[in-house]
Design a protein around this ligand. Structure first.
Ligand SMILES: Nc1ncnc2c1ncn2[C@@H]1O[C@H](COP(=O)(O)OP(=O)(O)OP(=O)(O)O)[C@@H](O)[C@H]1O
Ligand SMILES: [Mg+2]
Length: 357
């Protein structure tokens, strides 16, 4: 008879991890999405120690104590601060895993399509440090497509545009492989930055991330509003006096800022679609484009893109979860996982990690 302890060792968590610029999302096979938290750490600046991770760190953001700074260790979809990413990932993995200490973990993580070996190795090391015994890595575009329902057996091409916080990834896939992709270090957070800059320069008010995020998700639209004078009060710090202050922002003022950023993303999609081979282009002409990532939630963005590229645009349910859903599906087909996962350890081991990646 097997002892309980040896039985326990047979248990494996199959974990899918989408480590994004804004949020980390983890799904475990059989349990669905178990974690969705901001990719943030709070640091005690006196001794550089991390005092909080994820949601708890986000709750401190903007109003942190004197010695505490909230930082995002992922930048533009890749590891920006190696040590902190490592600790943050370890915290998330521990939180997401099924209880018990003897559980082995195999993981699959998404990577941006133009990831360098140095960046990929940093991620791999972080995953190993987080206790993941076996790590597979998969291109984000492929994962997003599978998550949005594209089949690996489909001969015809599909196009997926993932608009994240810090990246926009455009991938065209057929038969479970990427036939064309582009990746930009530019995403939905560019809207927040542009709003903050506008409000500071034209309205004399400094506003925090919470305020621009509120404006973007509740007030902004990619279409010219019917009533340009609809307004909303926002609060912050007066640039002139430094005192707390408030201004009324109108829809007519917000619209061109948002449209400018969305146009840039749409242009990139349009350009990428001109680079396809004729057969692939023909498939995309019929099928259009799938829009995923948190950026797809912006009011009217699907309609805007549809009119811009003159092709059908669809948004799957829960576009923010498309990548992680695609990743976790890989555990149902180990053969496919081995085929699509890039985990060339020999190459990675030759890449040196600089002090700060
Ligand atoms: N309801 C909404 N309306 C508009 N934008 C939204 C909404 N919800 C989320 N977003 C935006 O989506 C972005 C986050 O998307 P997502 O979670 O896909 O990013 P990420 O995967 O962390 O980033 P990346 O893929 O660039 O590394 C943020 O910029 C956020 O402001
Ligand atoms: Mg993402």
């Amino acid at each position: 008879m097997l002892k309980i302890s040896s039985l326990k060792k047979l248990v494996t968590d199959s974990m899918a991890i989408d480590l994004g610029t804004a949020s980390t999302i983890i799904a475990v096979k059989g349990r669905g999405i178990v974690l969705d938290e901001p990719s943030l750490v709070a640091i005690n600046e006196m001794n550089e120690e991390i005092v909080a991770f994820g949601q708890e760190a986000a709750d401190m953001s903007g109003r942190e104590g004197r010695d505490v700074a909230v930082r995002a260790p992922m930048i533009g979809g890749v590891v920006g601060d190696f040590e902190r990413t490592k600790k943050m990932l370890a915290y998330f993995v521990k939180k997401a895993k099924t209880g018990g200490s003897n559980i082995a973990i195999q993981g699959v993580m998404s990577i941006v399509s133009d990831v360098t070996h140095v960046e990929q190795r940093a991620l791999l090391n972080a995953a190993e440090d987080a206790g993941i015994g076996k790590v597979f890595m998969m291109e984000e575009g492929l994962a997003a497509a599978f998550g949005a329902g594209v089949l690996a057996t489909d001969k015809r091409a599909s196009a997926v545009v993932d608009i994240g916080a810090g990246t926009t990834n455009i991938a065209v896939i057929a038969k479970g492989t990427i036939v064309h992709s582009t990746s930009d270090r530019y995403g939905s957070n560019a809207i927040n930055d542009a709003l903050a800059t506008h409000i500071r320069r034209h309205r004399g008010l400094q506003v925090g991330e919470e305020t621009t995020e509120f404006l973007k998700t509740n007030f902004a639209s990619t279409f010219l509003p019917e009533d340009l004078s609809t307004s909303i009060e926002i609060r912050g710090r007066d640039v002139q006096t430094g005192s707390p202050g408030a201004v009324e922002i109108t829809a007519g003022e917000v619209y061109p800022i948002v449209e400018g950023i969305v146009r840039r993303i749409a242009l990139r999609v349009k350009d990428t679609l001109t680079e396809l081979r004729p057969e692939v282009a023909a498939d995309i002409y019929d099928r259009g484009v799938i829009l995923t990532g948190g950026g797809a939630l912006l009011e009217g963005i699907d309609k805007y893109l549809r009119e811009f590229i003159k092709l059908p645009v669809t948004v799957p349910e829960e576009p923010r979860y498309a990548i992680v859903n695609g990743l976790v599906k890989m555990f149902d087909d180990q053969e496919l996982l081995e085929r699509v996962a890039s985990n060339e350890l020999s190459i990675l081991q030759n890449a040196e990690i600089p002090f700060e990646v």
